[in-house]
Design a protein around this ligand. Structure first.
Ligand code: FES
Length: 176
């Protein structure tokens, strides 16, 4: 890009005959380089980067059997982000499969048992066991995968990612 800006905007073909001419041309080159750097920075402003991060989260693996519904105790959190691409959380609301990709700019959050939250390493966002925002910068809850109970087993559909603007009762499935 720098080459193209230089060739488009600064044509140096004649010999430099004076100190004043040298300084004038140097200023043009410096201006062109500054413009190029500005263009590069403008394209790296962090907006629209939700895709492409969260690389170690397994997703799109189809429907996965998580086991018998009776094995999920209320208050338990199962970190299956590596193999399933979800953190399975059981609360009084029911069971939910959280997609641990931060809703700020797409970094992968990590389950922290000590704080009972999913924490983002990039800019410090924290999410509760229902995916609710505990700390910004984001205000959007974690997305979830569709869950269903079939023949007593919990099935997670990693092909069906559901984005949320708020926590709703329909986000959870009841095990009993
Ligand atoms: S990407 Fe998670 S807080 Fe910014």
């Amino acid at each position: 890009m720098i080459d193209s800006v230089l060739s488009d905007e600064v044509q140096i073909s004649e010999p430099i005959n004076s100190r004043r001419e040298f300084l004038k041309r140097s200023g043009l080159v410096l201006g062109a380089l500054t413009l190029s750097a500005g263009l590069v920075l403008a394209n790296d402003d962090g907006e629209g980067e939700d895709e492409g991060r969260g690389g170690n989260v397994a997703a799109g693996k189809g429907v996965i059997d998580l086991g018998a519904g009776s094995s999920f105790k209320v208050g338990s959190v199962l970190d299956r982000s590596k193999d399933v691409g979800a953190v399975i959380s059981s609360s009084a609301n029911g069971l939910i499969a959280l997609v641990p990709i931060c809703t700020h700019q797409g970094c992968t959050t990590g389950w922290n048992a000590a704080t009972q939250s999913l924490n983002c390493p990039c800019h410090g966002a924290q999410f509760s066991t229902t995916g609710e925002v505990l700390r910004g910068p984001t205000r959007t809850p974690l997305a979830r995968y569709a869950l269903q109970l079939k023949n007593g087993h919990v099935l997670v559909d990693t092909n069906t990612l559901i984005k949320r603007s708020k926590i709703q009762a329909s986000d959870f499935i009841k095990l009993k």
